[in-house]
Ligand binder design. Structure first.
Ligand code: SAH
Ligand code: SF4
Length: 380
């Protein structure tokens, strides 16, 4: 029997596993702390763990790191790692340091099946879901590697924020995602605040509802268009979960969310979704059908990061500013995301890893590129 990867467990899962070995819960807590708080990869290091438990674990279990293929460091301090997850698939993880925080951008899938037109991961197609262990191993590695590299003192943390904005659609890998989130939040694990763990989704409505009930963390919704006609083209998942349903689900998420707003991400595509009229349509969208109660939200405008196969262009700066102004004048807090790490292709939407496409997305994506007038909102 192949050894069990202990990174696959949240604390309850590890307690259940230890119980199966005839061990009490406090032993699981000790083990969990060794793994996640101290970064131990080897049972012999775990000095205060009963020898009898260490003996039981040896051979039966392991702490399985990801195989690192490469590391690239950007001039702005951003670091990108590429990890081999087997069978020709590789995923990327990005560390983004800022003055007051360290953010890790984590991947949830090898590739992505949603197939957004402006996303490099989407263009590559989908290979498979990552396991809980493969998701949490990205944080486990980055936190403990960076503590040494940045020479942090005892009790200092390298990573204060996690964003599920790497490769993949996290809410299409729900079963593996939730134990990974719980480990990030657990005081015996990484102890991150719910407000500092963000799930970013293209809008898998039923799973937003489940996340609200199971493990509410901060939510970012990738909107990118104010109408169903345009969003159907840019984010194909919209055909299944249209905007009205998505807005409803955002409203209901807020009842349990750790923040009192949803972040809407909006990738600015030149001549496609960046007209002032479209900003006004967004205001109407978040206002709801009777303009009764606006979805509490912030907008984060993302300058499109081009990649060759997309055929799309970044909106000019003045157009982005004009778009932001319309939203701001309606009282919606709107920020423009600073692009980080683009010199090493680590910026949003540039993460491509290496994916064995098992869905033929690349063929589907070779349709002619869209340029539309806001008034028509239909793509060829
Ligand atoms: N699948 C999830 C999370 C990963 S994508 C989602 O779609 O939300 C993370 C963010 O990067 C999303 O907001 C996505 O829309 C944005 N993005 C994708 N491609 C991009 C590109 N080429 N330029 C800028 N942002 C992009
Ligand atoms: Fe998938 Fe998100 Fe990229 Fe869309 S933007 S293809 S959902 S990773």
């Amino acid at each position: 029997m192949s050894p069990v990867n202990l990174l696959d467990f949240d604390l309850d899962g590890l307690a259940a596993y230890c119980e199966g070995l005839g061990e009490k819960r406090f032993r699981a807590v000790q083990l969990f702390r060794w793994i996640h708080q101290k970064g131990a990869a080897d049972f012999t290091q775990m000095s205060d763990l009963a020898k009898s438990l260490r003996d039981k674990l040896a051979g039966a279990a392991l702490i399985q790191p990801l195989a690192q293929i490469s590391e690239q460091a950007s001039a702005d301090g951003t670091i990108k790692w590429l990890f081999d997850v087997g069978n020709g698939d590789a995923v990327e993880t990005v560390f983004i340091p800022e003055d007051d925080r360290g953010t890790l951008c984590v991947s949830s899938q090898a590739g992505c099946a949603v197939g957004c037109r402006f996303c490099s991961t989407g263009h590559q197609g989908f290979s498979r879901n990552l396991s809980t262990g493969e998701i949490i191993a990205q944080l486990w590695f980055a936190e403990h590697h960076l503590r040494q590299r940045l020479k942090l003192g005892v009790g200092e943390r390298a990573i204060s924020n996690v964003v599920m904005m790497g490769m993949g659609e996290p809410l299409q890998n729900y079963t593996a995602l939730v134990p990974a989130l719980r480990t990030m939040l657990d005081d015996h694990g990484y102890g991150l605040s719910r407000r500092r763990v963000t799930v970013s989704t293209s809008g898998v409505v039923p799973m937003i509802d489940r996340l609200r009930d199971d493990c509410p963390v901060a939510l970012a919704v990738s909107l990118h268009a104010p109408t169903d006609g345009l969003r159907d083209q840019l984010v194909p998942l919209n055909r299944k979960y249209p905007l009205a349903e998505l807005m409803q689900s955002c409203r209901s998420y807020l009842a349990a969310a750790p923040r009192d707003f949803i972040t809407f991400e909006y990738c600015m595509l030149d001549g496609v979704n960046d007209a002032p009229e479209q900003a006004r349509q967004l205001i109407a969208l978040v206002a709801g059908p009777r303009a009764a109660e606006r979805v509490p939200c912030k907008f984060n405008l993302i300058p499109f990061n081009p990649f060759p196969a997309s055929g799309l262009k970044r909106s000019p700066r003045d157009r982005v500013l004009a778009f932001a102004k319309v939203l701001q004048e309606a009282g919606i807090v709107t920020t423009i995301r600073k692009t980080r790490g683009d010199d090493i292709d680590a910026a949003c939407g540039q993460l491509a890893g290496e994916v064995q496409d098992r869905t033929n997305a690349q063929k589907r994506m070779t349709r002619p590129v869209i340029r539309i007038e806001p008034s028509t909102q239909e793509l060829p």
